[in-house]
Design a protein around this ligand. Structure first.
Ligand code: FAD
Length: 318
C-alpha cells in the first residue's frame, strides 16, 4: 500500500514508521530482523531503508602508484526491501538517491522495485561522498532530487528512457521527498528552501518526511510556512533518539540541526550511560506525545541501532 493511502486510512492508534540502515556488507539480513523484531508488535505502517553511496578510496598498486576505486560498504535497498516485505508483510520504502547513479541505472532499479511490488520511494539528492565538500552529480545522472522525482513521474506515466520500450507498463510509485524544518544546510535561507520543496511537490511528490529536529516548534513553524507556500501534502516528522553526551556535538555537525538548551543541560547532568539514555528517551517521548497532539499525520523514527529506546517510547504512546 502507498504511504499516502496509509495516511488517509488512519486508524485508532497513532501511525508510526521506522527507518533502518542496511548493515555493512558481509552481515546477513538477520541483523536487520534482530533490530526490527522487537518493534514489529507496534505495527508500523511502513519501514524505510536508507541508501548509502559508495566511497572512493585510494589503493596502492605494485609500482607504488595509486588507483582511485569505488567501495560500497553497505548493500543496496532493493534486496533488503524485498526481504522486509516478504518477512513481515509490511510496506517497505527504499530511499532512492541521485548521487552516484546515471538515469539508466536509476530506471533499472525502479523496474526491479516495481517487479517486487514496492509501491513507495523516498526520493533524495544524497550528500557528497565522504571526504568531498560539494555534491557532484553523476555525469549522466541528476543534479537535484526534483529531477529524480520527474523521472519517477515519467515512469508512472509509462515513459521509459530506453528507446526500445514503446508501450511500457506504467509503474505506480508513491513519491516522498525530504523537508528541513531547520533549513537544508546549503540553502541561502528558509524561504528559498521551501520554494525548492514546493517545486518537488509540484513535480509530483505526494508527501514529505522531515529531517530530524529536537524542538517541536521548529516542525510547527515549518508546517505553517509550507501551508502558506501552498504545499498541502502530508508532512511526516522525522524523530531520532539522542542517547549519549557524544551525540551533543555529533548530531549538529552531521545533520545541521540545533539541540535545545534544556535537552543539552539534562544530558550534561546525566551521571551514567544509563542516565544519558533515559534523558534521550524521555525527550523523545515528550516530542512524540506533543506532535500527536499537534496533529502530525504519522511519526517516523530513525531507529538506527537503538530499538530498545524506540520500544520503550512506543509502549507509552501506542
Ligand atoms: P534537494 O531537494 O535536491 O535539495 C538540495 C539542496 O539544493 C537544498 O539546499 C535545496 O534548497 C537546493 N535546491 C533544490 N533544488 C534546487 C534548484 N533547482 N536550484 C538550486 N538549488 C536547489 N541521504 C542519503 O545519502 N541516503 C539516504 O537514505 C538519505 N535519507 C534521507 C532521509 C530523510 C528523511 C532526509 C531528510 C534526508 C536523507 N538523506 C539521505 C540526506 C539527503 O540526501 C541530504 O540532506 C541532501 O544533502 C539533500 O537531499 P534532498 O533530497 O533534500 O535534495
Amino acid at each position: 500500500m502507498k504511504v499516502t493511502e496509509h495516511i488517509k486510512q488512519g486508524g485508532n492508534s497513532p501511525m508510526i514508521s521506522f527507518e533502518i540502515l542496511p548493515p555493512t556488507k558481509g552481515k546477513s539480513i538477520n541483523s536487520i530482523y534482530e533490530s526490527l523484531d522487537p518493534l514489529m508488535e507496534f505495527k508500523p505502517a511502513f519501514i524505510n531503508v536508507t541508501y548509502h553511496r559508495s566511497e572512493q578510496i585510494f589503493k596502492q598498486r605494485g609500482d607504488g602508484s595509486f588507483d582511485r576505486v569505488d567501495v560500497r560498504k553497505r548493500p543496496g535497498t532493493v534486496g533488503i526491501c524485498a526481504a522486509i516485505m516478504n518477512h513481515y508483510k509490511v510496506d517497505a520504502v527504499p530511499h532512492l538517491i541521485c548521487g552516484g547513479f546515471s538515469k539508466d541505472e536509476t530506471e533499472n532499479a525502479l523496474i526491479d522495485l516495481n517487479f517486487l511490488g514496492v509501491k513507495n520511494v523516498l526520493v533524495l539528492r544524497g550528500d557528497p561522498p565522504k571526504g568531498e565538500q560539494y555534491f557532484r552529480p553523476h555525469p549522466l545522472g541528476h543534479n537535484y532530487a526534483i529531477d529524480l522525482v520527474k523521472q519517477v513521474v515519467e515512469l508512472n506515466e509509462g515513459k521509459y528512457l530506453e528507446e526500445e520500450i514503446v508501450a511500457g507498463d506504467k509503474t505506480d510509485f508513491c513519491i516522498g521527498v525530504a523537508g528541513y524544518p531547520e533549513k537544508h544546510f546549503e540553502s541561502a535561507n528558509p524561504m528559498l528552501d521551501i520554494m525548492h520543496l514546493k517545486q518537488k511537490v509540484d513535480a509530483g511528490a505526494e508527501y514529505i518526511t522531515t529531517q530530524m529536529f529536537f524542538d517541536n516548534s521548529k516542525y510547527e513553524n515549518f508546517v505553517k510556512k509550507c501551508r502558506e507556500a501552498d504545499i498541502n501534502v502530508p508532512i511526516i516528522p522525522g524523530l531520532k533518539p539522542i542517547t549519549s553526551k557524544r551525540q551533543l556535538s555529533r548530531i549538529p555537525s552531521v545533520f545541521h540541526v540545533d539541540l535545545p538548551e534544556e535537552l543539552t543541560e539534562s544530558m550534561m547532568n546525566a551521571k551514567t550511560k544509563v542516565d544519558e539514555q533515559q534523558v534521550g528517551q524521555e525527550w523523545l517521548l515528550h516530542q512524540s506525545k506533543e506532535l500527536l497532539k499537534m496533529g502530525a499525520p504519522a511519526l517516523h523514527y530513525y531507529t538506527l541501532g537503538k530499538p530498545n529506546v524506540i520500544h520503550n517510547v512506543m509502549k507509552e504512546i501506542m
